[in-house]
Ligand binder design. Sequence first.
Ligand code: IMP
Ligand code: MG
Length: 180
Amino acid sequence: MPETEAGLKIETVYAADEIGRRLASLAGEIAAKKPENLLVVPILKGSFVFAADLLRALHGVGLTPEVDFLTLSSYKKSRTSSGQVTILRDLDLHVEGRHVILVDDVLDSGRTLAFAKDLISARGANVIETCVLLKKNVARAVNIEADYHAFTCPDVFVVGYGMDVAHRYRELPYVGRIVD
Ligand code: IMP
Ligand code: MG
């Protein structure tokens, strides 16, 4: 089990090769719906590694999406949600009339994705879908589900593959769990 600088152990939950295989089939699911005028919107920061791999997988199935980024805050520095979502950096592109796929790392309480969906909907997107790497198996605080997800995961706090705790461990090429 790899050990971090701080001496914490990280147990692998989803290995890099497993994630890669799953993303190829997820891209196939997305392509099957034949999205037109597709805009992929990764919600930063946590989704950046997932989104980068997903975009290349979408290329692999013949899609040619545009990409723009939305930076939202929710978790701050702690492991528990603050419950309030704010925009830290908005999109540059217009979404009106487009097929938008919102991409996030984790669907947990649902507040982040619901906030993003409402925002994009108010701006007149034609179709809005949501795609997450991990769908946590917990009760949502708001009524939202993901249209696409790579994995369903138990209610544990995970890091790596873009996800952090207090800004650390985003660089890990796999999804892991800190063993206290
Ligand atoms: P929600 O708004 O409660 O659904 O939470 C979604 C956001 O919380 C995600 O975009 C993540 O940034 C963060 N998050 C939730 N669970 C975890 C986790 O286990 N590790 C790292 N970030 C998490
Ligand atoms: Mg996030």
